[in-house]
Design a protein around this ligand. Structure first.
Ligand SMILES: Nc1nc2c(c(=O)[nH]1)N[C@H]1C(S)=C(S)[C@@H](COP(=O)(O)O)O[C@H]1N2
Ligand SMILES: [Mo]
Length: 497
């Protein structure tokens, strides 16, 4: 039988606490961006099963609202980094996720190799009735006996088994079921959890279960006698120096808290630097998923959501009003930059390139989704006409909404734009849409023309497109991060998760 508390188990346990706290706090930041949970993939406004916000918006609301108005600002003690920083919260979440999984893999590999797994995995049915009796014993304020030759009693063994082998994998599985690239490529996968919103709800309940386990587990360790416990775990014997053991324990706790404070303060004070550092580690995963998993969604007409949220207020201002008065007949899509054949297209000319129809799931970065039918011209057809030069790597989609006018109170400014890698635009379901749900594209959803890239998050799908520029690099455009939301909200580009 292996040693009861091998050093590797202790080290991975401490790292696990650190990463779980980072994951939990950054997860709350993500939740704050849309603090509502549903069981239905239509996210019907007002029909959530949980709302962690006082603000109420209904589908019949009389004043115009967009999904960004639903976002909440949560306290930086609770959320990482707090104060409406969805972009950075996501970077922290995906960065930590990789370290957390790596720690888990090391732990499991060690448990299997050393035989330690026998302490965690019930190998006989008798553990179950014994665990029930153990809980009864706990309820009479006594401690149940350990299993013979093992460090835990039956109730502990089952609880630890459930956390390591059920709860942790469930969190990973439901997390993946929220990725637009994963569910764009494998729509059946989200359905395993009752859709993306089912996965999102379960992911939140998983967090609650982790938190409940942590509170109970810590309370038990303290009740069992913290100094002896720590001496046994950290120094190998209950008789070892208690003061030393408690000292080491406090040091570990202090380190965990210091990391939280540093991560939070750095993110709030120097968001651009924090974005560059965390994004460097979280980015490859986003890029890989975006590249490898093109969307092939085929929902049915009956799947179309009765209500499709809007994000981004429609353009205002003189220039737009003048254009709107001319109507779609006067509209020209200008395509230029690194192309052999710069051109301007009317909507009819675009239609003449050949249209395509798709019923797909729209995933907003904030957390809501909705299913709609879109029709328009595949971007690949347009690229075939203008013929990008070999050095062109991105297409930049420029929009007509000046955020200083439409979203100014959030401190945002400049025209909306997004750069999308050319290889993503060549995917089958990358579309310049002119129709939605069988009718002309409504103004709030991007009339006369909006982009659809179905394995990405919603913010890449520029509405009210007025021009496209092909470029090799994006660092000279806006603040140089590849899009309005990347520049001003620290989102990632591309976004496969
Ligand atoms: N021009 C422009 N395009 C935009 C936005 C915007 O604010 N301006 N918001 C984006 C975001 S964050 C999302 S989720 C989708 C929302 O599309 P919808 O309003 O049709 O639901 O549009 C994207 N395209
Ligand atoms: Mo969004």
């Amino acid at each position: 039988m292996p040693q009861h508390y091998p050093p590797l188990v202790i080290i991975t346990h401490l790292l696990n606490i650190l990463f779980m706290v980072l994951l939990g706090r950054s997860g709350l930041e993500v939740l704050a961006a849309h603090p509502k949970l549903y069981w239905s993939d239509h996210c019907p406004p007002g029909r959530q099963w949980l709302r962690l916000s006082r603000k109420e918006f209904g589908s019949d609301s009389r004043r115009p609202w967009t999904s960004q108005d639903e976002e909440e600002s949560w306290n930086p003690v609770l959320a990482l980094p707090g104060r409406k920083n969805l972009g950075l919260g996501r970077h922290w979440h995906f960065l930590t996720l990789q370290f957390w999984i790596a720690t888990g893999v090391v732990y499991i590999a060690f448990a299997v190799a050393s035989g330690y797994w026998r302490y965690l995995v019930p190998t006989s049915w008798s553990v179950f009735p014994q665990a029930v009796r153990d809980v009864g014993t706990y309820l009479t304020f006594r401690f149940p006996a350990q299993l013979p030759g093992e460090p835990f009693n039956a109730a502990q063994k089952l609880a630890y088994f459930a956390v390591v082998f059920l709860l942790a994998p469930l969190q990973i599985a439901t997390g993946a079921a929220m990725s637009p690239a994963v569910i764009g490529r494998f729509p059946w996968y989200a359905k395993l959890f009752g859709g993306k919103q089912g996965a999102r709800s379960l992911h939140f309940l998983g967090l609650v279960a982790f938190a409940a386990f942590t509170v109970l587990h810590t309370a038990m360790v303290i009740l069992h006698g913290l100094p002896e416990g720590l001496a046994k775990i950290l120094l190998g014997s209950a008789e070892a120096d208690h003061a030393l053991a408690v000292g080491i324990g406090l040091l570990a706790l202090a380190l965990i808290i210091i990391v939280q404070v540093l991560a939070t303060v750095a993110s709030l004070r120097s968001p651009r630097t924090a974005e560059r550092l965390t994004g460097a580690i979280a980015g490859p995963m986003q890029r890989g998923l975006s590249r490898l998993l093109p969307s092939c969604q085929r929902y049915r007409r009956s799947d179309i959501s009765p209500y499709h949220r809007v994000n981004g207020y429609p353009p205002t201002g003189e220039e737009y009003e003048r254009a709107a008065r001319r109507g779609s007949a006067g509209y020209r899509l200008v395509v230029g930059g690194l192309v052999e054949q710069p051109a301007a297209f009317s909507l009819d000319e675009l239609r003449a390139l050949g249209t395509q129809h798709q019923i797909v799931n729209h995933n907003c970065i904030q957390g809501w989704n909705a299913i709609a039918a879109w029709a328009g011209v595949p971007v690949a057809r347009l690229l075939d006409v203008v013929r990008p030069l070999p050095q062109a790597r991105y297409a930049v989609f420029y929009a007509m909404d000046d955020k200083g006018l439409t979203d100014g109170r959030e401190g945002r400014y400049g025209y909306y734009y997004e750069a999308v890698a050319l290889h993503l635009l060549r995917h089958d379901q990358s579309l310049l849409a002119m129709d939605m749900n069988g009718g002309p594209l409504p103004v709030e959803h991007g009339a006369p023309l909006r982009l659809r890239v179905e394995n990405q998050l919603g913010f890449k799908m520029v509405k009210w497109v007025r021009g496209i520029e092909l470029v090799e690099r994006v660092d000279h455009i806006g603040r140089g991060r590849g899009g309005f939301r990347e520049d001003q909200q620290y989102y990632a580009n591309p976004v496969g998760i």
